[in-house]
Structure formats: structure tokens, C-alpha cells
Design a binder for this molecule. Structure first.
Ligand SMILES: Cc1cc2nc3c(=O)[nH]c(=O)nc-3n(C[C@H](O)[C@H](O)[C@H](O)COP(=O)(O)OP(=O)(O)OC[C@H]3O[C@@H](n4cnc5c(N)ncnc54)[C@H](O)[C@@H]3O)c2cc1C
Length: 425
């Protein structure tokens, strides 16, 4: 009997994962660590730092263990998607590939190439507007508000898929082990330490439970979401959503359930509002594909030549990366990014505006540095937001007055001081 390959990249979870229930017959679960996305370089910067690589490996380990507990194997591959899947398809005599419908241009192009070699079935597992709600890319509104107004009333988000898996349909852990050797050998040296912070699906569901239900922090989200430091001012769900260890449709349903069973206010609405921003950038990414990496992004002529910096700009860029610009508010935020792999939304807007509009540096370099560092890196949200602030994306340019922003959001200077203390300790 021929096998269907179920590629779980971007959907590293068991809950609400339509891919796990998609094919009939014999199935093999697969995940690929994309070599270029983690070890490649753009504009001289490595695309993922060690922390981000270790996080990805930990996620894969977690999924593997979760599947193994149900007697299901996970084939783990390292390389480029087209080669990995093509070789595996020959090895297992697979006739079909099931995968999440991609968003980033390089992923879309890989899946397109594979479609010429194997029967590819794509399911949109990670958008709110999946299935019958999907917008037509030609008519996609250019800015967020019309997009939201057009789609929001339609948002009857589909119910999560919860049915049990039948181990007999899947290649077992023993049967898949043979395919994994290269992955284990090549990546052994980067494996995360056993005591690393929890990642993956169980951590995602626990955070959701805490933020919405136990702590009810969702009730003050709109008032606190612009804070710069802390654990409960915002949801901190972005990394889980970006990696697909949390289903956005599941999250949406949980917010609605909370609104129905406990309370609904402006804050509970606002979390959905922000999820629509994520949604907006996903569809914009699909629409404009590679253009997001052009200097003028979705405006102006295509120009993929790398950023060209004067010596002074190169020094300024290095200082920005090292949290050493001399502007305390910028440095504190960059320090936070460098130490934790995360930064508040307010902080991201400010450091981006500073790099682009005050230092006059090509926005793509900032986006590339964020890509390297952010533990919630998401191609559409990152490049879309950077272009937005630069004025090359879905908005005219956004220039922030750093002094005013610091006064508004760090009036007593406690954020800057807290970050300075961590630098000096
Ligand atoms: C320059 C810049 C780069 C960014 N890069 C990324 C990135 O790589 N990955 C990423 O997930 N977000 C990115 N964002 C958006 C936003 O800053 C983060 O999603 C948010 O700070 C994550 O924290 P949270 O989960 O606590 O968010 P919350 O405030 O709790 O929001 C809930 C969810 O809504 C979504 N969301 C919120 N704001 C935005 C936004 N502006 N754009 C898109 N989605 C949003 C996220 O999925 C987030 O998890 C970027 C923003 C800027 C200005």
C-alpha cells in the first residue's frame, strides 16, 4: 500500500491539526529542519541564532515524544524541503504529500516545486480565514481597516478538530527511525539543554489557560498591552502561534468561550483585533510573495540588491544591534531582545522607527536582525510590520518621536533602569 507523507512543519501540535486527520491509508509523519532558514545568511547576518535553533529542536523533540506516546513515529529531516521530500517519497514509495498551506514566499515556492513531482494536498491549518472564508488575493484590501471591516463580520471560525489518532494508520517510531540518522548526527551538537524553558504544545496550552482562564489577564489586555516589561501585560502567545504549536482557531474559540461564560469587554475584543492583524499580514504575504524582500517592498520597482551601507551607517547598525546607540529607550528594548529573544510590540515599533527614520538605514537589515533573534519570528508578521513602519508596505511611513514615546510608556524610567541593571550585573 502506498504511503502519504504528512509534513508537520508549521503545525507542530496534536490539537486542532487537520493534517493528522487528512489522508486515508498508511501515513508517515514528517518534519524538516530547513537548513537555509536556520543556517543560511541574509545581508551578512545568519538567519537564526543558537537560541532560535535550539528552540526549534526542542519543539521537534517535544512533538516526537507526544507522537511516540501514541505509538506514532516522526521522521525528522535536515536540508531543503524539495530534496528532503523528493528523496523520502522515493524511499517510502509515497504517492501524496499533505502539508499546511504555506505563507512565506520561500515555503510557497518549495511546495510549488514539489507539486510537479508528487500529489500535493495543502490545508490552511493556521489562518482564521481558512476554508470557505478565505479572501480572494486579487481583491484583498490594501490596508488593515477595510480588511478587518470586510472579514470580521464573517468570522465564524471553524471548530477545532479533536478526533483521536489511530496508530495503526501511521508508521511506528521504530519504522521511522531509519530515516532520521542524518538529522540526529548533524544536529546533535545544537541540542537544547534538558533544563531549557518548556516549549511546544503543552506550554502553549498552559499559557493560554493561564492568560485567559486562570489569571483572566485578558480582561485588562487593552489597557496593559503597550507595556514594555513583565509577564502578563500581553498574551505572550506569539511564539506558539508562529511555530504552530498553538492553533489560532482554537485560541479564537477560547476567547469566544470566555466572553460567553465569564465576561466580554473591550479588552477581550482587542485580543481578537490583534489576531486579525496577524491574519492581515498572512494574506498580504501570500499576495505579494517575494516582493516583501525588495527594497521598496510592495511599493516601487523590484530591487533585491542587498542594503548598501556607508561606513558610518555600518557602525550605527552594529551599535543598534548591540543595544549601544546612546538612546536609552532604544538600548533598553534592544537589550531585552538580545537577552530574551522577545520584545514588546511598543518596543518593536520604536526600535524599528529609530533604525529606519533616525539612522536612515535600509529597513530590511532591521527585519533580518529581528529574524535572527526573535523567538516568535514569523515571516509575514515580521517583514510586514517592518515594511509598514518604513512606509514600503501597507501604510505610509510611521515615524515615532522617541523622546515622547519614552515619556508616555516609561514615564518614571523604570523600564530603562531595569534593563540597565541586567546589563551591568
Ligand atoms: C517591527 C515589528 C516586527 C514584528 N515581528 C513579529 C514577528 O516576527 N512575529 C510575530 O508574531 N509578531 C511580530 N510583530 C508583532 C507584535 O509585536 C508581536 O506579535 C507581539 O508583540 C507578540 O507578543 P504577544 O504574543 O504577547 O502579543 P499580544 O499583544 O498578546 O497579541 C496577541 C497576538 O496577536 C498577534 N499580533 C499582535 N500584534 C500584531 C502585529 N502588529 N502584527 C501581527 N500580529 C500581531 C500575535 O500573533 C500575538 O501573539 C512585530 C511587530 C513589529 C512592530
Amino acid at each position: 500500500m502506498s504511503v502519504s507523507l504528512i509534513l508537520l512543519n508549521g503545525t507542530l501540535r496534536l490539537h486542532d491539526n487537520p493534517l493528522l486527520h487528512a489522508a486515508s491509508g498508511r501515513k508517515a509523519a514528517v518534519v524538516i529542519l530547513n537548513k537555509a532558514a536556520f543556517f543560511g545568511r541574509q545581508y551578512g547576518l545568519v538567519r537564526a541564532n543558537l537560541q532560535r535553533l535550539q528552540q526549534q529542536l526542542a519543539l521537534i523533540n517535544e512533538l516526537k515524544a507526544a507522537l511516540a506516546s501514541q505509538q506514532i513515529g516522526l521522521i525528522t529531516l535536515f536540508g531543503n524541503t524539495v530534496d528532503c521530500i523528493s528523496q523520502l517519497a522515493v524511499q517510502l514509495q509515497a504517492s501524496a504529500l499533505y502539508c499546511a498551506e504555506p505563507v512565506a514566499a520561500y515555503e510557497c515556492s518549495a511546495i510549488q516545486q514539489l507539486a510537479g513531482r508528487i500529489n500535493v494536498v495543502q490545508l490552511d491549518c493556521n489562518s482564521l480565514l481558512g476554508d470557505r472564508l478565505r479572501p480572494d488575493l486579487h481583491d484583498l484590501p490594501h490596508s488593515f481597516t477595510p480588511f478587518r471591516k470586510q472579514r470580521e463580520p464573517l468570522l465564524a471560525v471553524s471548530k477545532p478538530t479533536t478526533s483521536l489518532l489511530n496508530a495503526a494508520d501511521w508508521l511506528s517510531p521504530a519504522a521511522t527511525e531509519l530515516c532520521n540518522s542524518v538529522f540526529s548526527e548533524r544536529l546533535q551538537q545544537y541540542q537544547p539543554l534538558p533544563q531549557s524553558a518548556p516549549v511546544g504544545e503543552s506550554a502553549a496550552l498552559a499559557r493560554l489557560e493561564y492568560f485567559i482562564w486562570q489569571g483572566q489577564h485578558i480582561l485588562h489586555y487593552k489597557d496593559t498591552r503597550n507595556q514594555l516589561l513583565g509577564t502578563d501585560y500581553a498574551s505572550f502567545l506569539s511564539a506558539y502561534l508562529a511555530q504552530g504549536s498553538l492553533s489560532v482557531r482554537w485560541l479564537w474559540q477560547q476567547i469566544i468561550a470566555f466572553e460567553t461564560q465569564v465576561a466580554a469587554n473591550e479588552s477581550t475584543y482587542w485580543l481578537k483585533f490583534e489576531l486579525l492583524w496577524r491574519e492581515f499580514f498572512r494574506w498580504q504575504s501570500r499576495k505579494y510573495a517575494n516582493r516583501w524582500f525588495s527594497k521598496g517592498a510592495i511599493k516601487g520597482p523590484l530591487n533585491f540588491s542587498p542594503p548598501n551601507l556607508s561606513l558610518a551607517q555600518q557602525t550605527a547598525f552594529n551599535r543598534w544591534c548591540q543595544a549601544n546607540t546612546g538612546v536609552d529607550f532604544v538600548d533598553a528594548n534592544m537589550q531585552l531582545l538580545n537577552q530574551t529573544g522577545l520584545m514588546s510590540n511598543r518596543g518593536r515599533q520604536n526600535v524599528a522607527s529609530f533604525l529606519i527614520h533616525d539612522l536612515g538605514i535600509d529597513w530590511r537589515l532591521g527585519a533580518a536582525y529581528f529574524e535572527q533573534r526573535l523567538l516568535d519570528y514569523d515571516c509575514a508578521s515580521n517583514w510586514g510590520n517592518w515594511a509598514y513602519i518604513a512606509g514600503t508596505g501597507n501604510s505610509s511611513e510611521r515615524k515615532f518621536n522617541l523622546q515622547k514615546q519614552a515619556q508616555l510608556y516609561d514615564a518614571d524610567g523604570s523600564f530603562v533602569r531595569a534593563m540597565q541593571l541586567t546589563t551591568n550585573s
